[in-house]
Write a new protein. Structure first.
Length: 225
């Protein structure tokens, strides 16, 4: 399975007529927040692939559990919100958590550590069903902010969530993919292994290739920028 992950930055190579030549065939798109909805809709339309997403702290508020577009035949849902939800795509188990640390009390998609812990508990209870049905909890967790101490900074807006570290330890996803932390230096760390989980910063975009083993477990074959 080939996955395009995007976050935080409108990439000219994706928002243009040669996106297919750049990324090749894509089976699934994962968006980690802080991107304009017209950009995401363009990528979905050009690649003809499903999109799952979480909101970033700069996103515009949208109601409902998906991104929608009016059409002559009614409203079309073209993307699925994964916040505190679980989903599956061709056997790949997905879940998500939106937002960042609360630094502005009047803005949406910002949470205290205690608030995010509650969201993580809600998600965790739902992941227990995956264990019963699929013999594992989770393959890919997408978030906007990073885990605490991994790819984050000490200033409040860019401080990661400790709750994510608990999720990693308990549910051992193959990947945790996040955005929020902008990358301006090629020497910045954007990949970190924590136990069984590889944490990836997808600022801009990445193309991931995953393969499924005999018992349904997935492995990461390649990750390219």
């Amino acid at each position: 399975m080939r996955i395009l992950t995007v976050s935080d930055k409108v990439e000219p190579v994706l928002y243009g007529p040669y996106i297919r030549e750049r990324v090749g065939h894509i089976d699934l798109i994962l968006a980690c927040g802080d991107l304009p909805y017209y950009y995401l809709e363009y990528i979905v339309g050009r690649l003809d692939a499903p999109l799952c997403y979480v909101h970033g702290n700069h996103d515009r508020v949208m109601t409902g559990n998906c991104l929608e577009t009016p059409s002559p035949h009614g409203t079309i849902c073209w993307a699925t919100n994964l916040h505190t939800r679980r989903a599956s795509h061709e056997g790949l188990l997905l879940a998500g958590l939106e937002g960042c640390r609360r630094y502005n009390p009047d803005k949406p998609f910002q949470y205290s550590e205690a608030e995010m812990k509650w969201h993580a508990v809600r998600l965790g209870l739902r992941l227990l069903l995956n264990r019963v049905r699929h013999d594992r909890y989770l393959d890919v967790l997408i978030t906007h902010a990073p885990p605490r101490g991994i790819h984050d900074d000490e200033d409040l807006p860019h401080r990661g969530f400790e709750s994510y570290l608990i999720l990693i330890r308990m549910f051992r996803p193959l990947l945790l993919i996040h955005g929020h932390q902008h990358v301006y230096n090629q020497n910045d760390t954007t990949e970190t292994v924590v136990g069984a989980t590889r944490v990836l910063n997808t600022y801009g975009y990445r193309v991931l290739e995953l393969a499924q083993g005999e018992r349904g477990a997935w492995k990461l074959v390649s990750s390219s920028l």
